[in-house]
Write a protein that binds this ligand. Structure first.
Ligand SMILES: [Zn+2]
Length: 161
């Protein structure tokens, strides 16, 4: 699969259209529409799958890192050691938790969409809107840019069902 940025250029050079490029053969006009539809569907499914994997990665990275951070905080708080080591360990653990949380929110914000409870509008919020919003899991309390109402908005993988 060529990078989408060079697809049009590539098609232009080869004197074919995007669907021919994607399906790997010359297409007659009558079956063109069907192919176009299939290719679009396949691309949509691929994107959905990629998004699902990204969200899985988010958990796989975040959960162990935060657990490790909490263990470090516990050790630094209760195990006998010099004060400077306590401070270094605590600072390191907190920094790690913060950095991982920022990265995790970044992944979550970019992958898929959030769906407004009131009007059903699906959109991508800004990083800070996402990061500062109260949340349980991936459902975040945010203001919808379409209807302006605040609601608990769940993460969805596609723009439409
Ligand atoms: Zn709305």
């Amino acid at each position: 699969m060529p990078d989408s940025g060079i697809m049009l250029e590539l098609c232009d050079s080869l004197k074919i259209n995007v669907n021919e490029l994607l399906s790997g053969e010359r297409i007659m006009a009558e079956i063109y529409d069907k192919r176009a539809e299939e290719n679009l569907l396949a691309m949509k499914r691929e994107l959905e799958e990629k998004n699902r994997q990204m969200l899985q990665t988010e958990y796989l990275v975040t959960v162990p890192a935060v657990l490790a951070g909490l263990v470090l905080v516990f050790v630094a708080s209760f195990v006998t050691m010099p004060m400077w080591l306590r401070i270094v360990l605590l600072a390191f653990a907190l920094m790690m938790i913060f950095i991982v949380a920022f990265i995790a929110v970044g992944i979550e914000q970019k992958v898929g969409y959030y769906e407004c409870q009131s009007c059903g509008h699906r959109y991508v919020p800004t990083y800070w809107q996402t990061n500062l919003a109260p949340h349980t899991g991936r459902t975040r309390y945010m203001k919808c840019p379409e209807c302006g109402k605040r609601s608990w908005q769940r993460k969805v993988l596609t723009k439409e069902d």
